[in-house]
Design a protein around this ligand. Sequence first.
Ligand code: NAD
Ligand code: G3P
Length: 384
Amino acid sequence: MARETERQGETAGGAADSGGTVEARRRRVTVIGSGNWGSVAAKIIATNAAALPSYHDEVKMWVYEETLPTGDKLTSYINRTNENVKYLPGIKLGPNVVADPDLEHAVKDADLLVFVTPHQFVESICRRLVGKIRRDAEALSLIKGMEVKKDGPCMISNLISEMLGINCCVLMGANIANEIAVEKFCEATVGHKGDKEMAQRWVQLFSTPYFLVSAVQDVEGVELCGTLKNVVAIAAGLADGLEMGNNTKAAIMRIGLREMRAFSKLMFSTVKDTTFFESCGVADLITTCLGGRNRRVAEAFAKCGGKRSFDELEAELLRGQKLQGVSTAREVYEVLGHRGWQELFPLFTTVHEICVGRLPPSAIVEYSEHTPNFALVEGSAQLY
Ligand SMILES: NC(=O)c1ccc[n+]([C@@H]2O[C@H](COP(=O)([O-])OP(=O)(O)OC[C@H]3O[C@@H](n4cnc5c(N)ncnc54)[C@H](O)[C@@H]3O)[C@@H](O)[C@H]2O)c1
Ligand SMILES: O=P(O)(O)OC[C@H](O)CO
């Protein structure tokens, strides 16, 4: 099968929009979320929206309102200083970013909606958005995570699409937000269902000389890569906390990648092997296992022998930022449990058992009758 990877052809300041629906006026973009990545995404979009003739300059960013220790509201602080002091201190977002604490107001006129909140909040946000958005709006999800419903996993892009009745592409990649904020080079992958024109609009809106975006027709594959690597990152962090060294961490990444691929293909037979070689696949896995927040908190968890909870360590180390790996490990475990597949995914299963305290952190690298060493068992490798 021919591999489809499309690089951006048009740059900011180039040709006007050629898409089919919103053509007479300039497109308006709203970013739903204002955490660490949400703020960086708003900064990138704001630079491009100001330069592209087919976009309205102003980019709205919905802020989950909170009060800062100074007594300031976060939204007014952002609008006064052009800086998200809590989630992205020291970085100017761009004068055309407008923070808005009123969700319905922020999305009212938007043609393009970029979802970038921790995954556990999306369903309630979408519930509030039903009937409040333009019917011809298009969505993009930057959210790494999934929900588990009675009939199995529900990807966040699908949740957005079904609840709001709009198309939703995804953008995932090796994208540690703090590095992108200072414009260090990296890549990302847009996943789409076949509407290449729409995918190219997202590629164009995000591409910069330091942020290189490609599109692939495999929305579930791209999204599952971004979601599942967070579970592997927890395993990598545990190994770091146990001071196991680089070989062990590399083994965890390799086995994790195999489980990611097997799980994704069992869930969606359309998922392509080639997707795992895009930025959203192996590159994101590596960067997250080396420098991500999931890794960091898991390292601290192992260092204290599991005596402090992930919730407590998350609050202390991340100060309001959120982990996705612990809840994703639970969600994956539920899916595997429903299907009787836990033994086929020993790494994913062991990570969850450690997170909830049923196994000690050292189980990630030990072999016993009850804690199968995933390196020896390699259950899912037999499937794919
Ligand atoms: N930070 C990164 O480097 C990075 C990179 C790529 C992808 N992502 C993904 O982006 C998504 C968002 O992460 P982030 O880093 O922007 O956020 P974050 O973890 O930095 O911040 C948490 C956000 O959640 C908000 N929040 C707290 N309670 C809420 C509630 N009840 N309802 C709605 N919002 C609430 C906070 O205001 C804050 O904006 C996640 O799925 C993450 O995996 C993050
Ligand atoms: O910091 P993490 O572990 O949430 O990972 C951040 C990004 O997903 C890396 O691409």
